[in-house]
Design a protein around this ligand. Structure first.
Ligand code: F6P
Length: 360
């Protein structure tokens, strides 16, 4: 097998804490194996125009382990197969140009660090002949085939900290505090941060809710003297028989944006219980800032494993966390699928057992 000498690395989709830790691990482990790394800017855009790329040496990645964001930049509307443009069709297919640029730059393999969208694009390029290895990134933790994605632990940690703070003000004012968290169509962040923060109610996409049940839980708490309640609601949660709260509909090259369910939940609970309610939307604070130690370690393991796969000539795979190992899983296994919270997940069962309401 010919020794790989030059690889590209890019970060795609929404950012997540730990992206820089992966880049650092890729650059350092590749460098130590005699492989040059080219950093591609703003996701696949860096392969549309070679001037949007640069050599990354260990010097360039020194000190970035603890930094949030990504030194390479990213975008979640740069799919080269459906690039958004201002023409009647609204999109154009630049994928052949990407393949051409990849070869012109002398790259022999590509590390794509991204969520389900970027990994699907990576898979499409693999089918077009580019040797690719994917690294799963998302605060949502919704990528199938891996036990966890880096970024998730940091998001949960932040959200749990926010819930802690809301507890004290909720208790002082005897209010209902509704905390809207991210997670898209999965309730991982809501469930984990809700349990870690001691929420009384957790509403998540996997379990459509009935607000009358939530109001009953709040009244029951009231009756034993707990005059405040914390309700965590995932942005993808919806009422039984109802629909998702969409902030912006999908359009050419852009995915649907969720958000806003919390404010309605808060207003309705106020009306149903007669108690004051406030809504806090944590939004992008969950994605900002540096990664937790857990995410730094996971990101570093993923980066090292990705380079190891490329050196072994194993392509078309995603590195996955399958404790205690990091293992390769075919990208084809994950395309178009979403890992939601299983209804028999032990944490879900335990949360119910300790009295958390899911509004069902
Ligand atoms: O996928 C990560 C995520 O933060 C989701 O939880 C959220 O729905 C979405 O991205 C927000 O995207 P944007 O940064 O485009 O607003």
């Amino acid at each position: 097998m010919p020794q790989i000498k030059k690889i590209g690395v890019l970060t795609g989709g929404g950012d997540a804490p730990g992206l820089n830790a992966v880049i650092r691990a890729v650059v350092k482990s590749a460098h130590n194996a005699g492989i040059e790394v080219i950093g591609l800017e703003d996701s696949f855009d860096g392969l549309l125009d070679p001037s949007r790329s640069r050599v990354l040496t260990p010097r360039d990645v020194t000190g970035i382990l603890r930094l949030g964001g990504t030194i390479l930049g990213t975008t979640n509307h740069g799919n080269p197969f459906e690039y958004p443009v201002d023409t009647p069709g609204g999109k154009v297919d630049y994928s052949d140009r990407v393949v051409e640029t990849f070869h012109k730059m002398g790259l022999q393999a590509l590390v794509v660090i991204g969520g389900d969208g970027s990994l699907s694009i990576a898979h499409q390029f693999y089918l077009k002949g580019i040797p690719v290895v994917g690294v799963p990134k998302t605060i949502d933790n919704d990528i199938v085939g891996t036990n966890s994605c880096f970024g998730f632990d940091t998001a949960v940690d932040f959200a749990a900290g926010a819930i802690d703070r809301l507890h004290t003000t909720a208790e002082a004012h005897k209010r209902i505090m509704v905390v809207e968290v991210m997670g898209r169509y999965a309730g991982w962040i809501a469930l984990h941060s809700g349990v870690a923060g001691g929420a009384d109610v957790i509403l998540m996409p996997e379990i459509p809710f009935d607000l009358e049940r939530v109001a009953a839980t709040i009244r029951k708490r009231e009756s034993f003297g707990a005059k405040f309640s914390i309700v965590v609601v995932a942005e993808g949660a919806k009422p039984i028989g109802g629909t998702l709260t969409v902030r912006e509909a999908a359009r050419a090259g852009y995915v649907e944006r969720l958000g806003g369910v919390g404010i309605g939940v808060s207003a309705q609970l106020e009306e149903m219980t007669g108690k004051e309610a406030r809504c806090v939307v944590l939004g992008h604070l969950q994605r900002g800032g540096g990664p937790t130690s857990f995410d730094r370690v996971l990101a570093t393991r993923f980066g090292g494993a990705a380079v190891e796969l490329l050196r072994r000539g194993v392509y078309g795979k995603m590195v996955a966390n399958n404790p205690p190992d990091i293992v390769p899983v075919p990208l084809s296994d994950i395309v178009g699928r979403t890992k939601t919270v299983p209804l028999d997940y032990d944490l879900l069962r335990t949360a119910r057992a300790i009295g958390v309401s899911f509004g069902d």
